[in-house]
Design a protein around this ligand. Structure first.
Ligand code: FE
Length: 311
C-alpha cells in the first residue's frame, strides 16, 4: 500500500467567542453539517464529502484561536508505533481517552516547539457523505448548501522554532517539505509547507514570535468557480474577506482568505499541485513572496495582514 503512516488532517478544534455565532458561520454560511454536541458544549461539524464523524469542533472561549489539530493515521498499530517514535525522539506524549471527543478513539497528544498542540488518532466513526456506499451518487444535497467545501484541507500555524517543527514532521511523522519561503536574509525558513500525501500541503508553519497561533484553517473547494462562488456567499453574508479571490504563487492554490465571526482566518482553497515525496522542494525567496506573487500571484503584492494577523 502506498499510503501509510499519517493520512491527513482529520480535525481542528477552533475556539469561538460566541458559540451560536460560530455555528451560524460554519453550519449556515460554510454549509457544513452539524453532526453532534457533547457534554462540554462543543459543536461538531463536517464538510459534505468527508466520511468521518467531524472535522471541525467549535469550543466557546474568551479568546479565539486553535486548541489543537488532529491527524488521522492508518490504524492503531501505526498510532502505537508513531507514539513510540515520538517518545524515542524525546517528545512528551499524552493519551486522551477514547470518546473524549464524540465518536473518536484514543488520541496521542503532544506539543511541538512552535507551541501548537498536535494529535494523532486512528479511529473515528464513519458518518458518510450522503452519497451512499453502493451505487453512490456523485454528490448530495449537502454539497449544494452554503459555501460547501469538500473537506478540511490544511492549516497554517504561526509560532517560533519552525526549523525544529520541520525536523519532527519530516523525521518522525514522515512528512515531506513541498515548498518553503525563506526569511528576508535567506538564512532560514519563514514558512514551510509539509505534506503527508500528494497534496501541496497538509500543514504549514510560519515563523512568528508568539507561540501557538492560528493563521488559517483551509477548506477544499471543487474548482476556481467554486472559490469565486464562495466569495459571492461571503459577500451576501458580509463575511470579512482578507485576500482574494486570487491564486497563491506558493502551492499554486486558488484562494480566498476570510475571517469567521471570532476573527479566526479561514481559507476556501482549490488545490492545484500533486507533489510526490520524491520531488525536490520548491523555494521562494522573501522577495519572491512579495514581488513575484508568492502570496498573491495575480496582484504580485504582499498583503501586510499575511505576516501580522493571527488568532
Ligand atoms: Fe492555505
Amino acid at each position: 500500500m502506498a499510503m501509510t503512516g499519517v493520512l491527513r488532517p482529520g480535525h481542528v478544534q477552533i475556539r469561538v467567542l460566541d458559540l451560536d455565532e460560530g455555528v451560524r458561520h460554519y453550519r449556515d454560511v460554510m454549509g457544513m453539517e452539524e453532526t453532534g454536541r457533547d457534554e462540554q458544549g462543543r459543536v461538531y461539524l463536517k464538510c459534505w464529502d468527508e466520511i468521518d464523524h467531524a472535522s471541525v469542533v467549535l469550543r466557546q472561549a474568551d479568546r479565539a484561536g486553535l486548541d489543537f489539530i488532529g491527524f488521522k493515521v492508518l490504524n492503531v498499530k501505526t498510532l502505537n508505533q508513531l507514539e513510540a517514535d515520538l517518545k524515542e525522539y524525546g517528545v512528551k506524549t499524552e493519551r486522551i481517552p477514547a470518546r473524549e471527543m464524540l465518536e473518536t478513539g484514543e488520541r496521542v497528544r503532544f506539543v511541538v516547539a512552535s507551541g501548537h498542540t498536535i494529535e494523532l488518532y486512528a479511529e473515528k466513526a464513519p458518518h458518510g457523505n450522503g452519497c451512499g456506499g453502493v451505487n453512490p451518487t456523485p454528490w448530495s444535497p449537502q454539497s449544494e448548501r452554503g459555501i460547501a467545501p469538500r473537506r478540511l484541507d490544511h492549516a497554517l500555524l504561526y509560532g517560533p522554532n519552525i526549523e525544529e517543527v520541520r525536523k519532527l514532521f519530516v523525521d518522525v511523522l514522515g512528512f515531506t517539505l513541498v515548498e518553503h519561503i525563506l526569511t528576508p536574509d535567506g538564512k532560514a525558513n519563514q514558512v514551510i509547507f509539509l505534506s503527508c500525501s500528494i497534496k501541496s500541503h497538509d500543514i504549514a508553519f510560519g515563523e512568528f514570535p508568539e507561540p501557538g497561533k492560528l493563521h488559517h484553517c483551509s477548506f477544499l473547494m471543487d474548482s476556481w468557480d467554486h472559490v469565486l462562488r464562495a466569495g459571492d456567499i461571503m459577500s451576501m453574508h458580509k463575511v470579512p474577506v482578507d485576500i482574494g479571490p486570487t491564486r497563491h504563487g506558493v502551492t499554486r492554490g486558488c484562494t480566498i482568505y476570510a475571517f469567521d465571526p471570532s476573527g479566526n482566518r479561514f481559507e476556501t482553497f482549490k488545490e492545484d499541485r500533486t507533489p510526490y515525496p520524491d520531488h525536490a522542494p520548491l523555494t521562494w525567496t522573501f522577495d519572491g513572496l512579495v514581488g513575484e506573487g508568492g502570496l498573491d500571484y495575480v496582484q504580485r503584492k504582499l498583503h501586510e495582514t499575511f505576516l501580522t494577523v493571527v488568532s
